[in-house]
Ligand binder design. Sequence first.
Ligand SMILES: Nc1ncnc2c1ncn2[C@@H]1O[C@H](COP(=O)(O)OP(=O)(O)OP(=O)(O)O)[C@@H](O)[C@H]1O
Length: 325
Amino acid sequence: MNENGHRSTRSQNEDEDGSRLVGANGHRRVVMNPTSGSGDHTDRIHALADEYGYDVVETSGPGDGTALAQAAVDDDIRRLAVAGGDGTLHEVVTGLLEADALGDVTVGILPVGTANIFARNVGVDDAEAGFNLLENGERRRIDLGMAGEEPFVVSTVAGLTAETSAATSASLKERIGSLAFLYTGIKKTMEFESLHLDVEAISQGEETTWTGEALCALVGNVRQFAKEGGQSNAEDGLFDVVIVEEMPPQNVVAEAAAHRVLGKGTEHVVHLRASQLTVEGLTNETVAYSLDGEVSEHEQLVLHSKPQALSVAVGPSYEANPDSA
Ligand SMILES: Nc1ncnc2c1ncn2[C@@H]1O[C@H](COP(=O)(O)OP(=O)(O)OP(=O)(O)O)[C@@H](O)[C@H]1O
């Protein structure tokens, strides 16, 4: 069927990885989080996995995706489908990185999570398309973000509290998309700790530096937060960064209320591409981070890109360079 279509024609006996298959399910596995999204996908994923010749292993709790990815490497798995959302993908990629196997495994997303931001940005519409693309679709090597020693695939947000992320309602997310949690955060602006940011940015071949105090930094790897959001260039070794500068609370609220805080030329919002950022709290206090939705705290963190480190199956709507499209 067509490349975004819904039937596997190859897989049981051929493998363009150059490796011989071991049994019907050789080198192919699904790591499934049975609790992702509405949690009603397990029967369907098992049925599709049978059809496409994949083993299925299920996570049993937070962090298990990392261990299961490492086990998959030990078992010489070459195509690893992730049935879950961005949090499960994050754990699996962490496992592949820790096993030093990013170059050996192609990852495919089977979007059964809540937000599925990664899947949307690489053009994978549903679980069946995910299987089909991993078998017959295009593979790309995309950048992997690093926050200290920990990887991130979609994005890192620095400076919004954990409560802020959790407080963002689903209906608000639907209405204003990528701005939703920032909007929620800004409504609670008095809770913001200012950050001290040192940013080394490379833009159109020229190195520029931005240093200053900020309320938060939104760092997109495969997504962008500026303008309407959407996919960013995930193969250029650069993050798509939005920095909301320190400003009087009344300005923040006013700009956020107009829903244009990330829009055209607002005074306090800086948009740039950066290969590296250093983020630290102003008063030696820890800063809250959300790495692909997983919350952690750090006093100082250096973010950098590992260019084209991760092999992924993408859909037809994926653009290597969306800015030129
Ligand atoms: N068996 C399990 N029981 C409870 N939690 C689990 C289990 N397996 C994994 N988890 C945790 O579930 C969390 C959420 O998973 P995931 O991100 O896939 O779904 P989601 O939040 O619905 O989707 P999205 O991140 O796309 O919005 C992960 O951070 C993971 O640690």
